[in-house]
Write a protein that binds this ligand. Structure first.
Ligand SMILES: [Zn+2]
Length: 191
């Protein structure tokens, strides 16, 4: 099948023969002994967390304890780690029948950016809704994450606009869309 195309119609063999005689289709494939299933859609994920699955001391904690245990580890996240974890996650999703995924990335320490994740997913060929997450309230302002993991609000807005202008495609069957996804009230301040 040509890249980035979609299945327009499924036809029985007799119907296909009848139509092809009348008007040849642009492209068709014959799969008489196969079952065609729609691709699964994954609506929520944090790809980078692939790297810290089953960390002792975190895995059995409640949400806040789990976050507080893992934040110091996630503070070491790099662009390479974002890229690798996205490829791991997408490989796992594809192997289970998923063809579209969203991902909520909201940690941007060191040299991390959403670009690394988008590049990884594009190389794998999955349809992707990339969420530019954000946290702006660190511990010193009463928030949950360490100050090293939160961002300045004006930077968040600038980077969000850059990502939309660079990648967002609002066409039907688009392979990349950008969504904006600020985190919870204990990690973000309403503007
Ligand atoms: Zn989540």
């Amino acid at each position: 099948m040509p890249p980035f195309s979609c299945v327009a119609q499924l036809l029985s063999r007799s119907e296909r023969h009848r139509r092809c005689r009348r008007r040849p289709t642009r492209f068709s494939i014959s799969r008489g002994r196969h079952v065609v299933l729609p691709g699964l859609i994954n609506t929520h994920h944090h790809f980078y967390q692939h790297l810290t699955r089953a960390v002792p001391g975190a895995q059995d904690r409640e949400l806040f304890g789990w976050l507080k245990t893992l934040y110091p580890i996630w503070a070491n996240l790099t662009a390479g780690a974002v890229y690798t974890s996205a490829q791991m996650a997408v490989a796992e999703l594809m192997l289970s029948g998923c063809t579209t995924s969203s991902d909520h990335l909201y940690l941007f320490p060191n040299d991390c950016s959403l670009d690394d994740e988008i590049r990884a997913v594009c190389e794998m060929g999955m349809r992707f809704h990339a969420s530019r997450g954000s946290m702006s309230v660190g511990e010193s302002n009463g928030g949950l994450p360490p100050d090293s993991l939160v961002e300045n609000e004006s930077h968040i807005l600038r980077d969000s606009q850059r990502l939309i202008e660079t990648y967002h495609d609002n066409q039907r069957h688009a392979m990349i869309r950008i969504t904006l996804a600020p985190c919870s009230p204990f990690r973000c301040r309403p503007i």
